[in-house]
Design a protein around this ligand. Structure first.
Ligand code: SAM
Length: 341
């Protein structure tokens, strides 16, 4: 008997899935290590980090990104982690990515520790945009959430990114009940004063400790209610497209705030993202339970065309939605820090 995969032609072209979505936005994790210990992300003692020999080298990362851009229609590349600033070759990887054609937009998601030192080099390497994670501007609450007293470093990193002309600067915040949820208006006011765009993200079931609960998370409705105590929010007339954030005009605009309601208002139908982990596994969804091993192909001597085929095939099984609300939902084995947020 012929197996189904023997009779189906291998997909060609870009990274299309079975539901008509095409991935053009690649999130690349450069390391699973982090120098913060946000309590909603990982335990105080950290995690078992990937061994060096399993982590893609700079050349391997750039080769996969090149195949993505040249052969598979990737138009945006975001480097993340773990903490991508911990990756020694980051500026070189950024520079080599910006030399690809068509030139992709290149951005970074970071906690900004060390950005004060590296922002100018990254800007020179061609980095277009940065998203900085910052859940509060109160030093004591920051230390409580991250288990590190480093708020001053984040603020210095943001100022350096701004001075280096990397922009627009977006701030990503997660609200935790009873910890910083009542501080959302203060954080928004701080961002507005500095021209940073705040996006508040619903907490997702991706923590290493598996302690997330639907009842415990702060919902988009609660986020709106909290912000409405100090600001008037009106829907953004601009088209949202595939952006994860639903944006609102603040006090009539032009300033905006975004809410990423992955749990209560999922946007999977418009998803255009695909992820590559630091050890070279393609994930077609943050919540995927299967991965496709591109590192083995790379190190086994596969050609660019063979790697591109394997990557296209990895998209075919992308599910229509993340399924958090399904009774059969199982949290992925890898936590957010090892997938690349
Ligand atoms: N270290 C970098 C940083 O801090 O931006 C990149 C990796 S970090 C995992 C990326 C983002 O994921 C951060 O904004 C963090 O707050 C967020 N995050 C971590 N765990 C999360 C969860 N369970 N739900 C929602 N966001 C989460």
């Amino acid at each position: 008997m012929t197996a189904l995969h023997d009779v189906q032609p291998a997909p060609t072209g870009g990274l299309a899935d079975g539901f008509g979505r095409v991935a053009t936005d690649l999130r690349v994790s450069l390391t699973d290590r982090c120098n913060l210990r946000c309590n909603y992300c990982m335990p105080a003692e950290g995690l078992d980090w990937l061994p060096t020999d399993q982590t893609l080298t700079d050349d391997e990362v750039v080769r996969l990104v090149r195949i993505g851009v040249e052969d598979l229609g990737i138009r945006e590349v975001r480097f993340t982690g773990g903490e991508p600033l911990l990756r020694r070759g980051l500026s070189d990887i950024v520079r080599r990515t910006t030399l690809l054609r068509p030139r992709p937009e290149v951005s970074l998601t970071t906690n900004a520790l060390g950005l004060a030192r590296t922002a100018a080099t990254l800007a020179e390497a061609g980095l277009d945009r940065v998203n900085v994670s910052l859940d509060t501007i109160r030093a004591d609450v920051f230390a409580q959430i991250t288990r590190r007293d480093r708020l001053h470093d984040v603020v210095a990193g943001l100022e350096a990114a701004d001075a280096a002309g990397i922009g627009p600067i977006k701030i990503n915040a997660v609200l935790l009940r009873g910890v910083n949820d009542h501080l959302a208006p203060e954080l928004l006011a701080w961002c507005l004063e500095r021209g940073y765009q705040l996006r508040i993200i619903e907490q997702m079931p991706l923590d290493a400790q598996h302690s997330w609960s639907r009842e415990g998370m702060v919902t988009a409705e609660e986020i709106f209610a909290s912000l409405a105590t100090a600001f008037t929010l009106t829907p953004d007339p601009d088209h949202r497209g595939s952006a994860p954030a639903e944006t609102f005009m603040v006090d009539g605009g032009p300033a905006r705030v975004g809410v990423i309601a992955s749990v209560t208002r999922p946007f999977c139908g418009d998803c255009d993202r695909v992820r590559l982990t630091a050890d070279g596994q393609v994930r077609n969804c943050l919540f995927a339970r299967e991965e496709s091993d591109l590192r083995a192909a790379l190190r086994g001597g596969a050609s660019d065309a063979e790697i591109a085929d394997r990557w296209r095939l990895a998209m075919v099984t992308k599910r229509p939605g993340h399924g958090i609300d399904d009774t059969t939902f199982l949290q992925p084995t890898r936590p957010m820090s090892a997938i690349g947020g």
